[in-house]
Design a protein around this ligand. Structure first.
Ligand SMILES: Nc1ncnc2c1ncn2[C@@H]1O[C@H](COP(=O)(O)OP(=O)(O)O)[C@@H](O)[C@H]1O
Ligand SMILES: [Mg+2]
Length: 239
């Protein structure tokens, strides 16, 4: 399978100005992910899992290292790409689900979920039909489809979030504890959709509150616990 992402020597720390000190979230990590591969990120609280995902999505800039993403337009280093290219990739090739919905005021749930399809050129009526089907799959009640998610419960918002981000197969999908606020049915729907996306060739990097849910999908584990990282790098070098 072709490589989707090559991460090399990636380091990220934060400066705590009030303490005049630097703390490392992760240091010199290297790994790669191929199309259709599912990589589980693990590590204790504070090991740097969320920070790594945000850095891959370029919400944070790393201090050092290369994040080579093999986009449809050729390889690009996400650590150095222009903001305009990052914005384009986020619309077309890289998805990110966190525990928080980025709901916009006065945009209905169905319109929010249909948006990626419309941006990809699907006509509005068909996009809305597919959006409603996705909302149904994740267990959002029909009376909520035309309503504004800003007023939804945390779990309902998360279902809208998942329906929207997973409606189109992306090349790279980043997941930060997407099941944390979901009921059992929605968790099962998510796992089924992830299996479909994996079969379709999506590369997945995820942190899971309940890794047992996705055990059958996992191809590789990257452990961000400081001593374990060195193991992983050594494996990569030997490989
Ligand atoms: N924006 C930030 N500013 C300062 N420190 C941060 C910031 N984000 C995360 N950290 C610190 O970086 C470390 C890794 O955090 P995080 O990536 O959230 O861990 P995890 O997701 O594995 O629990 C923690 O020590 C955390 O306090
Ligand atoms: Mg986290």
């Amino acid at each position: 399978m072709p490589t989707v992402l090559d991460v090399n020597g990636l380091s990220k720390g934060f400066t705590l100005h009030h303490l005049a000190k630097e703390i490392a979230a992760f240091d010199e990590i290297s790994f790669s992910v191929a199309a259709g591969e599912f990589l589980l990120l693990k590590g204790a609280n504070g090991a740097g899992k969320s920070t790594l995902l945000r850095t891959l999505y370029r919400s944070y800039l790393p201090q050092a290292g290369v994040i080579r993403f093999h986009s449809d337009h050729g390889p690009i280093d996400l650590a150095r790409a222009a903001d305009v290219d990052i914005a384009h990739l986020r619309r077309t090739e890289i998805g990110f689900v966190t525990q928080f919905l980025t709901a916009r005021p006065r945009v209905s749930a169905e319109a929010l979920v249909a948006e990626p399809l419309r941006l990809a050129g699907v006509a509005t009526p068909e996009a809305l039909d597919r959006a409603r089907a996705a909302l149904e799959t994740f267990g959002v009640k029909p009376e909520l489809w035309p309503a504004y998610p800003t007023t939804f419960s945390g779990g309902e918002q998360q279902k809208v979030n998942l329906a929207r981000t997973l409606i189109l197969p992306q090349k790279l999908l980043l997941l930060d504890e997407p099941t944390a606020s979901l009921d059992a049915n929605a968790r099962a729907a998510l796992v089924a959709r992830l299996a479909e996306l994996k079969a379709h060739g999506t590369a997945v990097i995820g942190v899971f509150h309940h890794p047992d849910d996705v055990l059958h999908l996992i191809d590789r584990v990257v452990d961000l616990t400081p001593n374990a990282i060195r193991e992983e790098v050594r494996d990569d070098v030997a490989f």
